[in-house]
Design a protein around this ligand. Structure first.
Ligand SMILES: Cc1cn([C@H]2C[C@H](O)[C@@H](COP(=O)(O)OP(=O)(O)OP(=O)(O)O)O2)c(=O)[nH]c1=O
Length: 228
């Protein structure tokens, strides 16, 4: 079964490459706006499902054109990373601007927050589907192949991250580095952001965006269950 990492994140690609698996990349773009009163758990679970649905739609568009290039069975991996404050409700996402980053960092300064990464593995298979349609008012039907979900499974891994006290100068310098912009909570533990982290409790790769050993276990569960 082919593995497709449906992610535009270079961190996720680099982490999965460390497992020396064959996989390909499919970038998907979805609306990541949190609903009003949506819990962190509901939000992150919805994100990985929506990313998987977007990937299936993209593959189906491709399969209509070039079916022969695609494997008949694919395992799609989608992932989403958020920060969660100790109130258990406030979600830290990618900063939309400097002020947004500062307001998140003020709440994380000299405190502990959690980083949650959800991973969904979605096993899909190319199957014939029949669609009914109306040609010149005569009913007709057409069969064509499309990917359909055979099985899906999710995990969510949580890591505690402690931050040192942050000064306005530190925040200003860090924002100007450009590193925070595309990262949940506005920091990268794998980059300059490491200087702000005094301690972590849990998986490091989870903070970077893909809990590697847990993701590999998930892949194994789904592929073993479905391959001869
Ligand atoms: C906390 C933290 C997050 N991040 C990154 C991981 C994720 O790429 C990003 C959170 O945004 P996500 O929406 O989870 O992912 P993404 O938009 O980068 O990629 P995808 O196409 O898969 O949706 O923040 C770090 O790189 N380092 C960190 O320390």
């Amino acid at each position: 079964m082919d593995i497709v990492l449906a992610s535009g994140s270079p961190r996720r690609r680099e982490l999965l490459e460390r497992a020396q698996l064959d996989f390909s990349i499919l970038s998907v773009d979805i609306d990541e706006t949190q609903y009003d009163n949506e819990s962190p758990k509901d939000y992150i679970e919805r994100m990985v499902i929506t990313k998987a649905e977007a990937a299936i739609q993209k593959l189906n568009e491709t399969s209509n054109a070039t079916t022969s290039d695609l494997a008949e069975q694919i395992l799609i991996l989608t992932s989403d990373t958020i920060g969660v404050l100790p109130d258990g409700k406030t979600v830290l996402v990618k900063p939309i601007d400097r002020e947004h980053a500062y307001s998140m960092w003020q709440q994380m300064s000299d405190s502990v927050h959690e980083v949650w990464t959800a991973v969904q593995a979605t096993h899909i298979q190319l199957l014939p589907i029949t669609s009914e349609y109306d040609v010149s008012k005569h009913n007709a039907s057409m069969t064509h192949p499309a990917f359909q979900i055979i099985k899906q499974q999710q995990i969510t891994e949580r890591t505690e991250v402690s931050f040192i006290p942050l000064t306005p100068q530190m925040m200003s310098n860090y924002w100007d580095s450009g590193e925070p912009a595309d990262k949940a909570g506005g920091y990268g533990i794998q980059g300059l952001g490491a200087a702000w982290v005094s301690r972590i409790n849990g998986s490091y790769t989870n903070v970077v965006g893909l809990p590697l050993s847990q993701t590999l276990a998930l892949i194994k569960t789904l592929t073993d269950a479905n391959l001869d």
